[in-house]
Each structure stands twice: as C-alpha cells, then as structure tokens.
Design a protein around this ligand. Structure first.
Ligand code: NIG
Ligand code: FE
Length: 397
C-alpha cells in the first residue's frame, strides 16, 4: 500500500544523503510499505494508491522522544505546586511514585500507559523510548518493562533510579540485585540500561558497575547525569560509550570537550537536553550554544514523568530550546528528530530521506518555525506513522 503526500508548503527532510538541503519547497513524499522510497519535486511525483493533501502546510519528520518514564500510577501534583512556591526538586519524590506503582494492577498500569502514549502520538511523537524505574523490585521492574514493550521497542531498564526504602540501610545489596537477578529478569524486555547519577540516587562508581553489567547482558547504555550538579556522570557516559547522557543541566568545560570529542568519532555519546524539566523544576536553563559551538551532538526529549516534568509535549520542548537554550528553530527541530534518533542509535527514523520509516507530521502551520513561534498551540494536524494517517485510523475505530 503506497501513499503520496502532496501540496506540501515546506518539507523538512533532514535527509542525511542531502545534508546541505534540510528543507525543500515544492516537494512531495511517497511512503510505501511503511518506508520512504521517493522524495523529490512535486511535479515529478510518482502515482500511489492513496494521497494525503497537506493543503500548503509544513511537513516534518515525526518526533523521536528518546527519554520518557511513562509506566507509573498516581501523580505528584502537590509536589509540583510546592516547587512553584520555592521548594527544590529532589530525587526523593520518586519513592512516592514507586509506592503507587507497586500497588497498581497490570490492567491499570497498561491503561494509563496507553493513554500517555496516545497523548504523545497526538503531539507528533512517532518513536518513543520508555524507561522502567518506578518498580524497584525484581517483579515490579520486570512488569514495567513487559508493559512498555507492548507499546515500543525502545525500552530501558532503570532499576537504578533510586535506592528503594527497604534497602535504605544496605544500598550495596540493592546494587547487587540490580546487577544480578533483576537485570537477568529485565534484560529480555529491554534494549537499554540506564542509571540516575545524583547525590540522591547513585554514585559514579555504582553506575559504572551497573552499566558494565548491563552491557555484558547485551544492553545499550544510557545515563541520567548533571541534573542537579556536575557529578562526573558525563565523563563516565563518554568513557563507556553510552548512546546518550541525559539532562546535562550542569556541565563542566571538560564535560563539553569530552562530548565533542566523542561526537567526532561517529555515533558517540549524544547530550540529550530536557528543557521541560528546567521549566517544571525552576532550574536554570543550560546554554546550548556552548555545546553546539563545541561540536557536541544534541538531542531534545520530553522526559515526561510524574515528578520533574509531567509534559510529553516535544513541540513545547522545541519552543523552550529556542526561547531559553539559545538554539535556532532548525537546530531545535533537528535535535528533536535526528538528534533523538542518534541518541537511540537509529538511522531509520528522525528524517524523511529515502529508506527512512514513513513517520511524518503535517503541521497546522506553513512553516516549521511556527513550533517555536506559537508555543502551546496545537500545531500537529496529522500524524502519519509508516505511511498511515493515524488520525484517520482513530476515526475508523
Ligand atoms: O529524569 N532524574 C531522574 N528521573 C526523572 C525524574 C523522576 C521523578 O522525579 O519521578 C527525571 O527527571
Ligand atoms: Fe529521566
């Protein structure tokens, strides 16, 4: 089944085969059996089984949200309100969500997850990474990853989110569990392993043990670091060739140099910036220009979770990246698409060149810059996944 998108006002391809021309005008896009076999001038567009008329709108690659925590129960709205009046964010709030998540049934967690994923999709996210981390027991972490696997292949084992209350007096035993039986139970459902490095969570040395064990179990590596202070996590991520180090709110010059050096070699370690967290915790925003000018590879993701940020809006993250992090609209959009793909070590998503997956968003705007220009406005008109307009699918059900 093939489909051609025509009448496109502005097509952002980020085609790696055509790096000097990220944006095309008068273009059309064909999607066949879920992939892009052709992109080019509208006048030369081949025939297809179906046609989507973009009505002069901008078309962009679907967002690649490479960082989310969507398997949980309960909320922390009171904690959010307290933060807005001055209480600082700390990792300790995670334990509140752990208690609610452990108490929830599989069906409840599955329904909540489905709802959150549908919200992400409706905002243009077509590839979504989801972490565990609110179970923190063997059975609860395994359950979280099993449920996440039902909705995405990009699942991440985050047993090392915080030390759960029952291990508060024996954190070494918890690290042993994470590296041992918990990892063995979770690895079959996960593509990645992640560790939260923070004074309220895990040390660099504990993280090295856990990440090395995860790598030995066949998982790719991701790291939470630099959220509340420069904590040595970036250096560890680069040392272990993690695909991504996320947050990076606090970075030293040496961290930036190490990230830039790692990006020069090819895949390397991507710095994944999460500006919605700064927004929702009242932390200072990072200056992304320091990273871009040094040559660091950057992704932007949502980090949707019930604590530090409960927004799944990648468009809003893009707007904040432009308004607060100093990125151009094109840099911010690239970070939320191609950057996210690189952070997941994927070449088939995050762009609309030949061979990419047919995941595209038709905006309710003539120009991609409207994503930053009109923050908070629902600019995602149509989400196309594998060549299928999922809004039409929803109506058909
Ligand atoms: O990425 N930093 C650690 N984990 C989440 C927050 C989790 C929570 O507060 O529930 C984050 O911000
Ligand atoms: Fe996170």
């Amino acid at each position: 089944m093939s489909c051609v998108i025509t009448n496109i006002g502005q097509l952002v391809t980020f085609d790696p085969a055509d790096p000097d021309r990220p944006i095309r005008t008068d273009a059309a896009l064909v999607i066949d059996e879920g992939l892009v076999p052709w992109v080019g001038d509208a006048a030369n567009a081949p025939a297809a089984d179906t046609r989507i008329d973009a009505d002069g709108a901008a078309v962009i690659p679907g967002f690649v949200d490479s960082h989310s925590h969507l398997v949980f129960a309960g909320d922390r709205v009171a904690e959010f309100e307290a933060r807005m009046t001055g209480r600082p964010y700390t990792a300790g709030g995670i334990r509140t969500t752990v208690a609610a998540t452990r108490a929830a049934s599989d069906d409840d967690l599955r329904a909540r997850l489905a709802h959150l994923v549908a919200q992400s999709r409706a905002q243009g996210t077509t590839t979504l990474e989801i972490k565990s981390g609110y179970g923190l027991s063997l059975a609860d972490e395994e359950r979280a990853l099993r449920l996440a696997r039902e909705v995405t292949d990009e699942t991440t084992f985050l047993g090392a989110h915080v030390v759960p209350a029952e291990f508060a007096h024996d954190r070494g035993a918890y690290v042993d569990l994470v590296c041992g039986d918990m990892l063995a139970a979770c690895a079959p459902h996960a593509r990645w392993v992640d560790v939260f490095i923070d004074s309220g969570a895990f040390t660099v040395d504990e993280a090295r043990r856990i990440l090395t064990a995860g790598r030995d179990a066949g998982l790719g590596l991701r790291v939470h670091a630099g959220q509340l202070e420069a904590d040595g996590g970036v250096a560890l991520a680069v040392e272990l060739d993690a695909a991504s180090v996320d947050h990076c709110t606090h970075l030293t010059d040496a961290d930036i140099a190490a990230l830039a050096e790692s990006a020069r070699g090819g895949a390397g370690t991507v710095a994944t910036l999460l500006p919605l967290v700064e927004f929702s915790t009242k932390q200072p925003y990072l200056d992304a220009r320091r990273l871009l000018d040094a040559g660091v590879a950057i992704a932007i993701a949502s980090d949707c979770n019930p604590g530090s940020n409960y927004s799944s809006s990648v468009p809003l993250a893009v707007a904040l990246a432009v308004r607060e992090l100093g990125m151009t609209p094109l840099e911010a959009l690239a970070a939320a698409t191609r950057g996210g793909a690189r952070a997941l070590r994927r070449t088939d998503v995050g762009h609309l060149g030949v061979g990419a997956r047919g995941d595209a968003v038709i905006l309710d705007a003539p120009d991609y810059r409207y994503l930053a220009y009109r923050p908070g406005v629902p600019l995602v008109r149509t989400v196309v996944v594998g060549g299928v307009d999922i809004a039409h699918l929803r109506q058909a059900r």
